[in-house]
Design a protein around this ligand. Structure first.
Ligand code: ADP
Ligand code: MG
Length: 240
C-alpha cells in the first residue's frame, strides 16, 4: 500500500534573522489528522519553525509543502487561505477590538460572509465565556480568556491545520488543563494540529508523534509514548 500523503512536509528548511541562523536544515512531516508536538529548549527554533510555515519568516533554503502544494514564499494571507491557521505565542489578540470583532478578523480570508456569522455563533457555543464577553474589548479579558479567544479566532478560518505556539505559557494551572482539553477536542473533530509546548510532559501525553529540536535541527523524532520513555528526553526535557 502506498504511504499516505503528508498534509505538511518541511524539507531541509533554513531560515534566520539577518545574520542570526534559526533553522539549519529542518525536516518534519505532519500526516492528516495527527497531533504532532515539537519540543526543545528556549532558542531551539520552535517559534521560527511555526513562523516559517505560516509565511511570517521567509526560508533561505528548503521546501514547505502543504496538501501537495508548495507554500514557502507565499504571503501569510495565502497560507491562511490554503488552510493553515496560527495561534501565536503570547496570544496576540487585538486588544482594542471586541471579542466578536476579533473572531470576525479570524475569518478575514473567507468569502462566505453569511457562513461567517453562523460560525461566530458556533465557535461561541464551544467557548461560553466568549459569549458572555462578546461585546467586551479583548484587552480587558484575563490571560485564560484571551487564550480561548486566540484559539477561537484561529478556528474561524476553518483551518485544516492549526499551529499552536506555547498555548499553556503564563496561564494558571486549571486554565492550562482546559486549554489542552480544547486542543485535544479540536483534533478529535478532525483538524490536524502541530503544537510547540514548553510543558513537554503534557504535550507528549496528548500527542501522537513528537519532534525534539536543538539549535535549528530535529535531533529526535518518534511516537510520543516512545519519547516519554526515552532517556535523553527524560533527562533534558522531563526533569527526570
Ligand atoms: N526577531 C528575532 N531577531 C533576531 N533573532 C531572533 C528573533 N527571533 C528569534 N531569534 C533567534 O532565533 C533562534 C530561534 O529562536 P526561536 O525560534 O524563537 O526559538 P524557540 O521558539 O525554540 O525558543 C534563537 O537563537 C533566537 O535568539
Ligand atoms: Mg518560542
Amino acid at each position: 500500500m502506498a504511504r499516505p500523503e503528508a498534509l505538511l512536509r518541511l524539507e531541509d528548511l533554513h531560515a534566520g534573522y539577518g545574520h542570526v541562523v534559526a533553522l539549519r536544515g529542518l525536516d518534519l512531516v505532519v500526516a492528516p489528522g495527527e497531533l504532532v508536538c515539537l519540543i526543545g529548549a528556549n532558542g531551539a527554533g520552535k517559534t521560527s519553525t511555526l513562523r516559517a510555515i505560516s509565511g511570517l519568516l521567509s526560508p533561505s533554503r528548503g521546501r514547505i509543502v502543504f496538501d501537495g502544494r508548495k507554500i514557502h514564499g507565499a504571503a501569510p494571507a495565502e497560507i491562511l487561505k490554503a488552510g493553515i491557521a496560527h495561534c501565536p505565542e503570547g496570544r496576540r489578540v487585538f486588544p482594542y477590538l471586541t471579542v466578536e470583532e476579533n473572531l470576525a478578523m479570524g475569518a478575514y480570508v473567507r468569502r462566505d460572509r453569511s457562513a461567517i456569522a453562523a460560525d461566530v455563533e458556533q465557535v461561541c457555543t464551544h467557548f461560553p465565556i466568549l459569549t458572555e464577553r462578546r461585546r467586551q474589548m479583548a484587552g480587558t479579558l484575563s490571560g485564560g480568556e484571551q487564550q480561548m479567544l486566540a484559539i477561537a479566532r484561529a478556528l474561524m478560518a476553518r483551518p485544516r491545520l492549526i499551529l499552536f505556539d506555547e498555548p499553556s505559557l503564563g496561564l494558571a494551572p486549571t486554565i492550562v488543563e482546559s486549554t489542552f482539553a480544547i486542543i485535544a477536542d479540536i483534533r478529535r473533530r478532525g483538524t490536524t494540529v502541530l503544537m510547540v509546548e514548553q510543558n513537554a510532559y503534557a504535550a507528549l501525553r496528548m500527542a501522537d508523534r513528537a519532534y525534539v529540536m536543538e539549535t535549528g535541527r530535529i535531533v529526535l523524532a518518534g511516537a510520543a509514548r516512545d519519547l516519554l520513555a526515552d532517556d535523553h528526553v527524560r533527562r533534558a526535557y522531563l526533569g527526570a
